[in-house]
Every structure is written in C-alpha cells, then in structure tokens.
Design a protein around this ligand. Structure first.
Ligand SMILES: *Cc1c(COP(=O)(O)O)cnc(C)c1O
Length: 486
C-alpha cells in the first residue's frame, strides 16, 4: 500500500492480505509455542498506558504492517496471559488453537448468526452443538433448547428474564429471588438489570463447606410467603467461583418443585465437571434445573467469548424473546427453522457455535473428558503437597479444580491480622515478580490464596515451583515481622 493513499473501499491487495494474514498466524503460533517461557502477569498504570497508546484520530492511512508491528510491540504484550500454565487466578482461559482458527473463519466470512435465512448452516450447527450439550447435562433433547451467549453473565441474564416471564407474567413487584452469599456477582447484576429492587433479593448464608444453607433457604421462603410476597426463583451454584463448591442441587430441586419455583443453576464455572469421572455424582441434580448456565470459554477450553444457556423447554426462550418487526418478516422461516435472535437478547450475533463444534470434533469429547479429569486430579495433588507441609493450611480442599490455602506455619504464634498480612504480601510479591498470577480471596473472614487449576497444560512442577517462591516470600515476611517485634 502506498503511504498516504486514502483507501475508501477499505481494501488490501490479494498479496497484502495473504502476507498480513500469514504474519498474524505466525505471531499466534509463536505465542502458543513460547507462552510458557513468558511471564503471565502484566502490570501497567493508566499513565503508562496513556503515554504508550493515546493518540489523535488518525485521519491519514498508515501502512498495515506498521500498525500490526505497533500492536505486537505495545498492545498484545500489555495483557496478562490467561492461558499461561502459571495463571492460577480468577478463572483462567486455557483456550485452544483450533477454536482460535474457527473464530478467525467465522469472522473472516462475517457470518450472521441471527436468523435461519441468513445462515441455515450456522443456525443448524448451533442446534447440533446445543443438542450435544443438552445430552451431556441430561436435559431433554427434543423439548429442551438453548442459546450461545457472549459469556456466563449474559446467559444468567437471559435465564432470569425467561424465569420471570414464565413465573411472574407481567407483575413482578412482589417476586422474590434466592441465592447464596457465594453465588457469582453476575447474578446480582442481572437481577438489578431486569429491574428488581434490593428488597426482592434474598442472599442466603452458606455453611462451613460454602454450600447454601437449606434450612435458612426454607425459612426465608416460608417467611416471604407469610408476608404475602411471591418467591419465584432459586439460583443454585454448580461450582462457586471462590471454592468450586456445588450447592445441594437435588434438594434445591425438591424445594423448587414443592414451592413452584424456577430452578436456575449457574454452572458457568463448574458445569464442565459433568465430563469428569463420576461427573453425574459431582453435579447430582443438575439435570433437574429449569435453566442452566455453562460457560464454554472457561473449562470447555474455548477462547473468549462463548457462554451458553440451556433450558428444559425451548419454547420458554422463544416465548420470551420473540418480537416480530416488519423488517425481519422475510427471514422468519418456518417453525422448525430456529432464528436465534428469537431465543435471546442479541439480533446480530457472531457465529459462536463454530469454534465449539470444530474443537470438539477435532479433539473428540474423550480428549475434553481427559483434560477436565486431569485438572481435577491436579488440584488434588496440590492439596496433598500442601497438607504435607508444616507451613501451609488448607482453607477449602480441592473441589472441581479449585483450592484455597494460606501460609500458617506451625510453631509461630501469629495473630489473624498477621496471617492476613503475610498472605496478602505473598500474593503482592508473586504478582510483582510477574512469575505467576496468584491473587487472594476472602473466605470466612480470612485472606487466603486461591488456585483455579483448569489449564490442562499446567503441571504439578509448575505448582511446586510457585509454592516454593511463595514460601520464600513468606519467610521474608516473617523476618520483617520479627524485626518489628524485637
Ligand atoms: C465466570 C462466572 C460467571 C460469569 O461469566 P462470564 O463469562 O465472565 O460473563 C457467572 N457465574 C460463575 C459461577 C462464574 O464463574
């Protein structure tokens, strides 16, 4: 491209496109090959990023390769590597190359995945993959349905809009919704988005294992009924983000049945564990949900963004989201030809089913099962290592690949504040070293370290290495404390 030539057709030549594309592929493949030797953590202030990236609107063209080089030098490296084996925090995004390429295809062909007529094959693949998921989770494949969303937050939102329409019709002024204090924040966000007041939300305490207290849940429902309110929905967690804990789904299903409540299961984190050995036991009762959120861009190893909502009856979605504007009348098709814009909030939708389809087909479900099992076992191995040490204490045992622990050495008389301080500083120092992404969470009032080990490329040696670094930092903290005391 000649410099300074305005390009109103927004086109590159065939050769330029190839060269540009191959270069990007090379960058991505290099990243997959070398990411383990990079540091997973990036630290940058707003000032630093302003200095690096702020610029006026570029009125004139810049050569494509120059822009790409700039991005590779300054933008891409200033992000955490969430697929790094030592990226333990939040929920990592292990991703996989086949899905990355599938996303490239979907975007390259700019496939509109809203209505049947625009792409019958995209709609059909969404139906096909949704049926796979329905089957995996024990939902009815004939009557059941679902939709891919941008992520778990949107899936939860879509579920609650649906639940409200089915259970409350038009008046939800007295409707009450129940969830535990360990439920994911996206649920509260969704409840607020759809216009519920704070007084309509019951946050039920959890027990010592971080499961919702059934007794307190039943008490709350009974009390609300006595006050003339309308209990309508329980959100159960199938794998809380903090500890991987699964609420007693079977018993919650019974309560929902007896009380005529909607049962939504937020399985955005832990749903994938259904593919592990005894997955049906781990997640017993999940099949009884009216709606279920799962999040393929977490433990199903997809790149961002893909979430998913499954429902027992696909008519619940179409009944909730169908609008019939005149400008869409020509693409409506017949009943069996699903327009996914009628099943959720978005009209224009990217072709998310493609990456799920291509990666599952390429690697096979058995590979996914083995990958998930490996990560569950890995967390248990980490627990064994920690339990053998006189310096570490387990706060929440390995559960669905999540483990919470803290530095608490035997033989030292440390206060809770001192322990909190030590563990916070371990995290601060490991982050500052950029060697591992390991942050804290708070459980039962204690600051603890949390590892979420869903990356099938993380090894036990990676974990040992990180724990050794943590111990070194912890000893520094102890020394500092002792100096302050003497
Ligand atoms: C991650 C998560 C969500 C939100 O999903 P996003 O894909 O981040 O929008 C909801 N619930 C749970 C339990 C999660 O772990």
């Amino acid at each position: 491209m000649t410099k300074d030539a305005v390009n109103p057709k927004l086109r590159l030549s065939k050769e330029e496109m190839r060269q540009y594309g191959y270069k990007i592929i090379d960058h991505i493949v290099d990243h997959f090959e070398t990411q383990n030797s990079k540091k997973p953590v990036t630290i940058a202030t707003r000032e630093e990023m302003d200095l690096l990236l702020t610029e006026a609107i570029p009125d004139q063209p810049t050569p494509a390769n120059e822009v790409l080089d700039f991005v590779m030098d300054h933008v891409i490296p200033n992000s955490n590597i969430v697929s790094h084996p030592k990226s333990y925090s939040f929920v990592p995004g292990p991703s996989n190359y086949v899905s990355v390429m599938a996303d490239t295809l979907a975007t390259g062909f700019n496939i509109f995945s809203g209505g049947w007529a625009a792409s019958p094959a995209a709609a059909e693949l969404e139906i096909v993959t949704m049926n796979w998921l329905l089957k995996i989770f024990g939902f009815p494949t004939k009557k059941g349905g679902g939709i891919f969303t941008s992520g778990g937050s949107m899936a939860n939102l879509t579920a609650l809009v649906t639940a409200r329409r089915i259970k409350c019709k038009d008046d939800f002024s007295k409707a009450i919704i129940y969830l535990s204090d360990q439920a994911h924040s996206s649920n509260i966000k969704a409840i607020k988005v759809i216009g519920f007041k704070k007084e309509q939300i019951r946050i039920i305490p959890t027990d010592i294992e971080f499961k919702i207290s059934l007794n307190k849940l039943k008490n709350a429902i009974a009390k609300d009924r006595l006050e003339g309110l309308q209990p309508f929905c329980i959100i159960a967690s199938a794998g809380t983000t903090n500890t991987g804990t699964v609420d007693p789904l079977d018993q919650i299903a019974t309560i929902c049945k007896n009380e005529n409540l909607w049962m939504h299961v937020d399985g955005a984190y832990g749903g994938a564990a259904i593919l592990a050995n005894k997955g049906d036991l781990l997640l017993k009762g999940i099949e009884k949900a009216d709606s279920l959120t799962v999040d393929p861009h977490k433990w199903f190893f997809q790149p961002y963004e893909i979430g998913c909502l499954l429902v027992k009856d696909h008519n619940w979605l179409s009944g909730t989201f169908t609008e019939k504007p005149e400008y869409l009348r020509d693409i409506e098709g017949n009943e069996s030809e699903i327009n996914f814009y009628d099943h959720g909030i978005q009209l224009t939708r990217r072709f998310r089913a493609l990456k799920f389809y291509m990666s599952l087909k390429t690697f096979g479900l058995d590979s996914f099962k083995k990958a998930i099992q490996y990560t569950i076992d890995l967390a248990e191995q980490a627990e064994t290592i920690l339990r053998k040490s006189s310096n570490w204490e387990i706060t929440s045992p390995a559960t669905l690949a999540i483990i919470n622990f803290r530095y608490h050495p035997i033989g030292f008389d440390l206060t809770e504040e001192e322990l909190d301080c030590i563990n916070q500083n371990i995290s601060n120092k490991i982050i500052a070293s950029r060697e591992a992404l390991l942050v804290t969470t708070v459980l039962q009032g204690q600051i603890v370290l949390r590892m979420c080990l869903i990356n099938p490329r993380t090894t036990i040696e990676d974990i040992q290495d990180t724990l050794e670094k943590c111990e070194t930092f912890a000893k520094e903290e102890l020394t500092t404390l002792q100096k302050q005391l003497s």
